[in-house]
Design a protein around this ligand. Sequence first.
Ligand code: FAD
Length: 584
Amino acid sequence: MVTYSSLSHPIASPFITLRKSATKVSFLLLLLKQPFPRNCKFVAAMHSNSSGTMAVSVPGVSPQEMVAIAQETFRRCTSSSSSGSSLPERRGKGVAIFWFRSDLRILDNEALIKAWLSSQALLPVYCVDPRLFTSSTHYFGFPKTGVLRAQFLMESLADLKNNLKSRGLDLLIKQGKPEDILPLLAKAHGAHTVFAQKETCSEELNVERLVAKNLRQVDQPLLKGLSTKPESKTGTKLQLIWGGSLYHIDDIPFDCKCLPDVYTQFRKSVESKSTVRACLKIPTTLGPPPNISDWGTVPEITELGFQKPKVEKGMRFVGGESAALSRLHEYFWKKDLLRIYKETRNGMLGPDYSTKFSPWLAAGNLSARFIYEEVKRYEAERQSNNSTYWVLFELIWRDYFRFLSIKEGNTLFNPGGPRKVEVNWNQDSILFDAWRDGHTGYPLIDANMRELSTTGFMSNRGRQIVCSFLVRDMGIDWRMGAEWFESCLLDYDPCSNYGNWTYGAGVGNDPREDRYFSIPKQAQNYDPEGEFVAYWLPELRALPKEKRNFPGHLYIKPVVGLKHGGSNKTSSKTRTAGRAKTWK
Ligand SMILES: Cc1cc2nc3c(=O)[nH]c(=O)nc-3n(C[C@H](O)[C@H](O)[C@H](O)COP(=O)(O)OP(=O)(O)OC[C@H]3O[C@@H](n4cnc5c(N)ncnc54)[C@H](O)[C@@H]3O)c2cc1C
């Protein structure tokens, strides 16, 4: 039976803090001494399924605990609290609209705070854009948003609505395109400005352009008298504000157009020349809201054209800021896993080998600067080591891809990538389908791909391996892989996804590395006992551990041979980008 190593104790009070030296064993003993809180139920953090494997929820805490953790964090981060730097006084006039995009949180949301400060009444709105849910990916026609990400988003909205309500506001939910909805709302409420977070990739930029254009045409008689500038008497402004990255775009020592092509150069420069800004505090109240008779409800997933999904295996991520803050609390403070992140981060199985922050970061449920502050707090209260630094190192990768998307523009989505490499990519649908469905005959590839379609998540190690296999061993067009990821990933964001894919396919901006991942080597290093593959491919469970990754005729026949280091030496049919060498 495969069990994930650490069980989130369902009856634990969320605020039990481990002492510095506490081990897992003493932690469990500590928990057992706790009286059962009356209102806490046993939570199905781990469910047995018919094949005897375990599914683990992330975070493994109850909804009540999640809310309690979020409320406690909000309390600490409220402007008037003694620990927090306070916000300027609210001196704004009239109504402002806040258009939520991929920043679905209230904590450290700069654009939200600016909208609040600039108004007497704030109208927060989310547009359920049909283009996200009914259209397809650009070239290869996969669903633009897979069901699991759609569900994660709806959960995020429900949580946001609750959190706004607890601060004297609400979230207006409208179905339709932002460029249609926002001007109507601006007109109806006489809003002087629509505030939103700035995005960087072409689809989002296009929506921004349309919104700005349509807002300019709003006839705003209600605005007269609010401003001394004659030009603002008609039309509503769109004000886009940078957010979401660890380092603010104004603080990095480069113009994005001149960003270094090599990550290390970027990282060293920002680390030595830039500082991370402090998180913005939340005001005690965000109200009053404008007069709204119907705030709308979060659509059911079935209303968006999906069937209700069921994650029966692997990790089930819960969308929303409360879940995000609970996961951080769990990973850093309750389970004390930050201490060993660098040693475990290349794992593939279970909830604990890495932070799993990415789905919440992508939806904007979690602020990178808040993670930074929590790392610093952990370093001050517990310990500072390579692991605590390495989480920040990885967040700088995220920043890098975000800034890079400004430099590279649409070349990020072109077959030759930013370097305009000329490759005659293969688009063989039989090979691609075998990869997508997890039927390649290589357990390590198949297990990772099945995890992706079942849960919407795959480890970073897994992503690098399946990317290398698709591109270098199969010779398939990397964009097919990138679009499949775009469809399935809970944490999909265009900058990180296409940045990593172009990088892995050898068409990215950094030409120095040729990233061939040898499957036998990866299996030996990262799944030596075949636990990961046996978890996702139950038919391998009966095999001796050392055979699970190398089952020979006991498993599907490999659909292609490996270019390097495999037992089957047939080379792949097509040329891939760059010279291949075995990597890591
Ligand atoms: C082919 C490919 C596609 C990818 N697509 C995405 C994507 O669409 N969205 C996404 O968020 N990440 C993407 N990644 C990066 C990375 O795999 C995930 O961020 C990571 O696996 C998420 O797990 P975690 O939160 O536990 O990460 P941790 O190891 O705990 O890292 C902490 C955080 O650092 C950031 N991070 C870590 N590695 C990277 C990286 N290589 N690039 C950018 N940010 C990073 C993430 O925000 C992550 O949450 C991709 C990687 C590859 C190789």
